[in-house]
Design a protein around this ligand. Sequence first.
Ligand SMILES: [Fe+2]
Length: 259
Amino acid sequence: MSWDLQWGKPGDHTPIDVHEMDLPLANLGQGLAGATLAVISDLHYGRFARDGYAARVVREVMDRRPDVICLLGDLINGQSSEAARCAKVLAGLSAPFGIFAVLGNHEYYGGWRAAARAYRDIGVELLLNEHRVLERGGAAMVLAGIDDHRRGRPDIAAALAGADGSLPVVLLSHNPDEAEEIPAAARVDIMLSGHTHGGQIVLFGHPAMTRIEHRQYWRGWMQGPRCRVYTSRGVGFVGLPIRLNARAEIPIFRLAQKT
Ligand SMILES: [Fe+2]
């Protein structure tokens, strides 16, 4: 087997997979076909990832000019002071549809309000059990986000309340375990998650770290009971500054009409 090892403080030298994928959605209107959605997850700013690496992540995303950017939680490592410092760098992000965020468990360690404030200050919309409608060229879709599975009070039904049931729905949840909590009555096409770091250290195909209950969601695509799930490997490091066979990843989804 091959060994893909990164260790030490992350920076410009750290390999990042910018992973472009088609995302076919049923009922997607022509006007939104081709729109791109970039995901940044699990930066864990503060301990190993500092300004230089955060700026690198911002650069990698902005080079692709995505239409919408989603921050999937654990953007900071856990000190409340990290939120404002991290946001200063994330202020370099911009996208025509906007930037949306959900909270991860690490935002709670330092007090989630500091993260919420920092996001508001740079124009990032925090989706705490709520949704927005994205529209272009007469087409529309629902982008919903829920609170963290472990530390917060996620409520998928509340997040989708009032949404037009005929529109495609992309649900953001830091923790992929929430795929098992989607109510039967809820319409969700795709759930996007992070949290697992793709195992961060993967030996002989086995992830050393996932911190989830339903381990099938540890990375990439998986079919859940109600929808498909994509779990990003994220970009940062937790615990040890090591990634083994779990390279940092920035997924970029290109919306497509499902035929
Ligand atoms: Fe997490």
